[in-house]
Ligand binder design. Structure first.
Ligand code: ARG
Length: 284
């Protein structure tokens, strides 16, 4: 996670970002701290990075890149407003011994658009990540991918519409998907929890699952009942200040525990990645 000191809404690169509702930075800091404690209470370990001045969206670390085993694939952001974040993330990972494995010229916005589920990497594309990025990610990481076109510009990243819960269950916002995307979900998810348009707009799907706890920005009684029936425990943490920038719980985190086997890459130890493809250490 990234310290929220620089967080603000000063430009608009998604439909949620408007100057009409200024960010309360004191509240943002409090909400971010509460999220860290909630995650730690569930048993997660949190590591942090600091944002340099002038990177108000760096707090949304889901878009830093994709971590697979000990390899970090930095994102290539669509919008110039976020491109300055990259060297800081690369340095953080290089200093901690990760191999840095760069995408070519393709646009991909990291873990916010790429979620592991049932031995595949499920990838979103359209207004942010480009569809072609998944062929390159397959080549770089050995992943097997399934892609979903994101129809609605309000749901520009996959983590706003799809939330894997365990191997059988996932929350899905079908209104943000194409007919083909809904068919892909039908084939992929044995038991989906289909979110209503209002639930999707409350960023219900933008949740972090730690064991059986689902750390969520919002949860309706209906969603809570279904999650509890499946043996999950919803834990709501208010991140409303960050929602002004179009992000919530999941966007504020980047998982460091994605193993190659979770996305169908041959070798569960991450060795295929270390062995089979050219990697470069970032200049520290
Ligand atoms: N303001 C940020 C942007 O538009 C929000 C990013 C949300 N991240 C996410 N993984 N959905 O880039």
């Amino acid at each position: 996670m990234c310290e929220p000191d620089e967080f603000d809404v000063v430009y608009s690169i998604n439909p949620w970002m408007t100057r009409a509702m200024p960010v309360n930075r004191v509240r943002a800091r409090e909400q971010w701290e509460s999220l860290v404690s909630a995650l730690e209470r569930t048993g997660a370990r949190v590591q942090t990075i600091k944002s340099p001045p002038g990177s108000p969206d760096m707090v949304f670390t889901a878009n830093a890149g994709l971590v697979v085993g000990r390899t970090f694939v930095p994102a290539r952001m669509r919008h110039p407003e976020r491109r300055g974040e990259r060297p800081h993330f690369e340095r953080w990972f290089a200093e901690r011994g990760f191999e840095i494995c760069r995408l070519g010229t393709i646009i991909h916005e990291g873990a916010g658009d790429a979620l592991p589920f049932r031995g595949k990497l499920v990838g979103g594309y359209r207004s942010r990540s480009s569809a072609d990025a998944y062929r390159e990610l397959e080549r770089l990481t050995g992943a097997r991918t399934a892609t979903l076109e994101l129809l609605d510009p309000r749901y520009y990243h996959l983590d706003l519409v799809f939330c894997p819960l365990d191997d059988h269950h996932a929350m899905v916002a079908p209104s943000a998907l194409t007919e083909e995307g809904r068919a892909t979900i039908d084939a992929l998810v044995p038991e989906p929890l289909m979110l209503t348009a209002d639930e999707a707009a409350s960023f219900c799907a933008n949740s972090v699952v730690v064991g059986r706890t689902v750390v969520m920005p919002a949860c309706t009684a209906r969603v809570r009942r279904q999650l509890e029936d499946w043996g999950f425990e919803p834990l709501v943490v208010d991140v409303s200040e960050f929602q002004k920038a179009g992000g919530a719980v999941r966007c504020l985190t980047l998982p460091l525990d994605l193993e190659p086997a979770m996305i169908g890459a041959e070798d569960s130890g991450g060795r295929r990645i270390a062995r089979g493809i050219p990697t470069r250490r970032a200049a520290a």
